[in-house]
Design a protein around this ligand. Structure first.
Ligand SMILES: Cc1cc2nc3c(=O)[nH]c(=O)nc-3n(C[C@H](O)[C@H](O)[C@H](O)COP(=O)(O)OP(=O)(O)OC[C@H]3O[C@@H](n4cnc5c(N)ncnc54)[C@H](O)[C@@H]3O)c2cc1C
Length: 401
C-alpha cells in the first residue's frame, strides 16, 4: 500500500492545474492517476491526416482571468498562440446566419426578418410573463416561436439527445442574451447588438493542437503522473484507490459513476446514478469546405451531427473538417476518429440538489470534487484551471495551519 498526502484522480485540465499548484508550493507528496496514455482529458489533440485534430471536440482558449493566462503561457508561451476573431454560423440549409441568430436576423431576406421579429415581439418576456423554470419553456419565452422551432428546439434536441422537458434554466447565463430592443437595433442598423457569445476572440496554438499545452503539463509532472492507470475502485471512508494507493486528501475530477464505490450509502449512490451526461463522436473528412467560418451549427434533425469544425480556418497548414455527433445519434463510420463517453454534463432540473448532496457527503471524508465531472458543471478549460489552482491553494492553507 502506497500512501500520499494528495491523490488526484484524472489528468485533465483541472487535475493538472491542481498538481502543478502543489508543486509550485513545494508539496511533493502526491500522485495523479489517469486512465489514458496521455494527459489533457477532453482537451487532447492527435494528428489526423497530417495535422492536429482536437479529439474531445473543437477547443479554443478564451479567458479574461490573468492568473489562468499566466499559468497556461508558462507551458506554451504567448507568442506560440494565434489570436482569432470568432466567425461562426447556423446553417439552415437554404440560408445561413451568423451566431447568435437573435443578433443577426438582419442577415436574412426582409420577409424572413419580419417573421422572426414578429415572433420575438410576442414572446413571453415581451408580454410580461414570468420567467419559466424549464429550459424548453424558457426558449419560447425568451426567443419566440420562430427561433424556437427553426433553431433552438431542434439544435438542443440534437446536442443533448434527451427530452428537453428534463432541463432546468439555472445555467442560461451561458447563452447569449439579446433584448427585443437590441433585435430591432440590429435589424435597422444591419449589425449585431446584444451580449456577445463566448469566444468572441480566442487563442489557438500556432503549430499544434489545443492538446499541446496539457500534454506539456503532464510531461512536466514526471513520475508523479501515472498514465494508463484507471481508478477502478474507491473505498471512500479509507480514501483508498484500487486497494493499492491511499491518501489524506483525494481530489476527484472523473465521473463518480465510472468506477466502483465502497462505503458509500445507497441514497448517495442513487444520486450519482441520477446524474446525466452526453457523449460525442468525432468524424473527420479530408475535403475542404468553402466556408470561412471556424465552426457551423446544424439544427437540421435529418443530419446526425450538430456542429462542424472547419479545421483549415484555425489549424495552420491543414485541410479538411470534422463533425461532432451525440453518441445517441452516432453510427460507426469509416470517418470516426474519436468517441468520448463523457463530453457534456447535462443540466437537468434536479442536478443542483443531487450535486449538493454528493459534494457534502464526499467532502466530509476529505474527498473533493473538482472540474467538469467533479462538480458536474458545464465549465470551460480556463475555469477548470482556475478551480484547480484555487482548490489546491485552499487545501494547502488548511493543512499547514
Ligand atoms: C465539444 C466540447 C467543446 C469544448 N470547447 C471548449 C473550448 O472551446 N474552450 C474551453 O476552454 N473548453 C471547452 N470545452 C470544455 C473543456 O473540455 C473542459 O472544461 C475541460 O476538459 C475540463 O477539464 P477537467 O479536467 O475538469 O475534465 P476532463 O478534461 O474531462 O478530464 C478528466 C480526466 O479524467 C480521466 N478519467 C476519467 N475516468 C477515469 C478513471 N476511472 N480513472 C482515471 N482517470 C479517469 C479522463 O481520461 C480525463 O483525462 C469543451 C468541451 C467539449 C465536450
Amino acid at each position: 500500500m502506497e500512501k500520499f498526502k494528495f491523490l488526484i484522480m484524472g489528468a485533465g485540465p483541472s487535475g493538472l492545474a491542481f498538481a502543478h499548484t502543489l508543486l509550485r508550493h513545494g508539496e511533493r507528496s502526491f500522485v495523479v492517476m489517469e486512465k489514458e496514455v496521455q494527459a489533457g482529458g477532453l482537451c487532447r489533440s492527435k494528428t489526423v491526416d497530417g495535422s492536429p485534430l482536437d479529439i474531445g471536440g473543437g477547443h479554443f482558449l478564451d479567458t479574461r482571468i490573468p492568473h489562468v493566462v499566466d499559468f497556461l503561457f508558462q507551458f506554451l508561451p504567448k507568442d506560440q498562440w494565434t489570436i482569432f476573431e470568432r466567425k461562426s454560423a447556423i446553417d439552415f440549409g437554404d440560408y445561413s446566419v451568423d451566431y447568435p441568430i437573435e443578433s443577426n436576423i438582419w442577415q436574412l431576406p426582409v420577409e424572413k426578418q419580419v417573421e422572426y421579429i414578429e415572433a420575438v415581439a410576442y414572446s413571453g418576456e415581451n408580454m410580461g410573463v414570468n420567467t419559466p423554470e424549464k429550459f424548453q419553456d424558457w426558449i419560447l419565452w425568451k426567443l419566440g416561436r420562430k427561433i424556437a422551432d427553426d433553431y433552438m428546439f431542434p439544435y438542443n434536441r440534437k446536442i443533448w439527445s434527451i427530452d428537453l422537458e428534463e432541463l432546468g434554466t439555472y445555467w442560461i447565463d451561458k447563452l447569449p442574451s439579446v433584448s427585443f430592443r437590441e433585435v430591432l437595433f440590429s435589424c435597422l442598423s444591419r449589425k449585431p447588438f446584444g451580449k456577445v457569445p463566448a469566444h468572441q476572440t480566442f487563442y489557438y496554438p500556432e503549430n499544434y493542437g489545443y492538446g499541446e499545452v496539457w500534454d506539456r503539463m503532464g510531461r512536466e509532472l514526471g513520475d508523479k503522473l501515472l498514465l494508463s492507470m484507471p481508478v477502478r475502485t474507491l473505498d471512500a471512508p479509507n480514501r483508498t484507490v484500487n486497494r493499492q494507493i491511499s491518501a489524506d486528501i483525494i481530489i476527484n475530477t472523473v465521473p463518480l459513476s465510472s468506477f466502483e464505490l465502497a462505503g458509500v450509502p445507497g441514497d448517495i449512490q442513487n444520486s450519482i446514478a441520477s446524474l446525466k451526461h452526453a457523449g460525442i463522436q468525432i468524424d473527420y473528412y479530408n475535403t475542404n469546405l468553402e466556408s470561412d467560418k471556424q465552426w457551423i451549427y446544424i439544427p437540421n434533425e435529418q443530419v446526425s451531427y450538430h456542429r462542424i469544425l472547419n479545421r483549415k480556418t484555425f489549424v495552420n497548414g491543414s485541410h479538411g473538417y470534422w463533425t461532432e455527433t451525440n453518441l445517441r445519434r452516432a453510427v460507426e463510420t469509416s470517418a470516426r476518429v474519436a468517441v468520448n463517453d463523457f463530453s457534456y454534463p447535462i443540466n437537468t432540473r434536479e442536478k443542483p440538489m443531487l450535486m449538493k448532496k454528493i459534494a457534502a457527503f464526499f467532502s466530509g471524508l476529505n474527498i473533493y470534487g473538482l472540474g467538469r465531472w467533479g462538480t458536474w458543471e458545464h465549465i470551460n478549460s480556463d475555469i477548470a484551471v482556475k478551480q484547480g489552482i484555487e482548490l489546491a491553494e485552499m487545501l494547502l492553507n488548511k493543512t499547514t495551519k
